[in-house]
Every structure is written in C-alpha cells, then in structure tokens.
Design a protein around this ligand. Structure first.
Ligand SMILES: [Zn+2]
Length: 240
C-alpha cells in the first residue's frame, strides 16, 4: 500500500514537472501581440466550467454523491494546476451554491439564468478556451470510461482528441471511447463561439468508476490530463 502510494506520488510529481517544463517553454516563446491572447503570457483565457451546481446537481453516483460536487472538485484542481503554471483562468462557479435572482423561482428559470450567465461569461472573453467538466450516467452499470466531446468552433475537435487521449491514459487505459461532437441541443455549447471541450470523466452508474471519481487521487489524474491536453493544444496553436 505504502509502495503503491509512493509510486502514485512519484508519477504525479513527474507528470507535474513535465507539465511545468512544457508550460515554461510555451510561455517563454509565445508571442505577445494579438488581441485573442492574454497580453502577459500569450495564452488564451481558460474558462473552467464545473458542470451543474446550485439547484441542479446533475447525475447522482451509485453511492449518492451528486455529479455537481465531483465536477467542482476536479475543476478546482484544474484551476490550481493552471495557476501553478501561470496560465490565465477563471471558473464559471467556485462553490456548490449559485446566487439566483429573486425572479428565478422554478427549477427551469434557475437553470436558464445559470446557463445564460455562463454563455455571457464565455462570450465576454474573446478567444478563450472553455473546458466543461461533467460525469456520465447510464441505466446499466457496465459502461465505463472517460469521453471528450467537442464544440462547434473549428479548433474544438483538436482539443477533444488530445483530451480523449490523455484522459484515457490517465484514468482507464482499456477505454475504447472516441471523441465526438457535442449534440446541438446542449444550450451552452450551441451559444458560445470559443473553442470548447466537454469532458465526461467517467460513469457515475459504474460502481467501480463512481468510487474512483469520488477520490482526490482520481480527480487529480483527471485534472492533470485536462491540463496536459490544454497545454499541448495552446502550444500547437501558437506553433511553439
Ligand atoms: Zn453533467
């Protein structure tokens, strides 16, 4: 157990060090001109979207944990990594609570308010990249594995392919899922113009995966995979 923990920690720090090196190379060589990037680092604004929240808990795991909590935990870890690497980022929510206006009474009105608020945030950051974190659910308990979905912006598929590769390697190497487009009916993604990724990190209906997704260790792996995909994506975009 101790040996396992040590090797997991070693792998974590090795991956983090590799991320720091890639980020350092990117940040030191990126161009400062252009309106679509952060003027200090050259990196675009990363919007980290923890799916659901407030009165909308999303799916519920087989152990009773709401998806919104797991999404937020991974999002906070991704923000910590981005901040450590000096990459500009903001979150669409930082807590489980959402401040709804007084005239939003029904669940539907609250959901509409929250979704429009997230669209407006993304649209206020030209050239941003939005990574939305979710967990999947299926009536049967056997489906398992992360899957990356891409938005309508032309670069989104590139980011999703990277995310699919990194999430699979980090979370469940036997995974055979492939990146796919986000269905047009998903309001947030059909109303934003920036590069966007929806990462379903795993299935809350699969008992083994649900328990893993509730652990800090698995959440750190998911956050590292997303950070790694993001850095590789923005590096390629700037031809570093
Ligand atoms: Zn969700």
């Amino acid at each position: 157990m101790v040996i396992k923990l040590k090797s997991a920690q070693t792998a974590f720090w090795a991956l983090l060090l590799a991320l720091c090196v890639v980020a350092a190379v990117f940040l030191s060589t990126s161009k400062e001109e252009g309106t679509e990037t952060n003027s200090q680092t050259g990196a675009p604004m990363l919007i980290i979207d923890a799916g659901h929240g407030g009165t909308d808990g999303g799916a519920v795991s087989v152990t009773g944990v709401p998806e919104s909590e797991i999404n937020l935990s991974i999002a906070i870890k991704l923000r910590a990594l981005a901040q450590l690497l000096g990459l500009p980022c903001i979150m669409t929510r930082e807590t489980e609570e959402i401040d709804y206006p007084e005239d939003a009474n029904s669940l539907h009105e609250k959901k509409v308010y929250d979704t429009v608020r997230r669209v407006e945030l993304a649209e206020s950051e030209p050239g941003c990249v939005l990574i939305s974190i979710h967990q999947n659910k299926f009536p049967a308990s056997s489906p398992r594995g992360p899957q990356a979905f891409f938005g309508k912006d032309g670069n989104s598929e590139v980011l999703a392919l990277l995310a699919q590769e990194k999430l699979t390697a980090a979370l469940w190497p036997e995974n055979r899922r492939v990146a796919a487009p986000i269905p047009k009916k998903v309001y947030l993604f059909s109303h934003i113009s920036c590069t966007s990724l929806l990462a379903e990190c795993g299935y809350l209906s699969n008992p083994t995966e649900a328990r893993l997704l509730e652990t800090d260790g698995h959440q750190i792996k998911a956050a590292l995979a997303l950070a790694s995909a993001y850095i590789e994506f923005i590096s390629a975009e700037n031809k570093v």
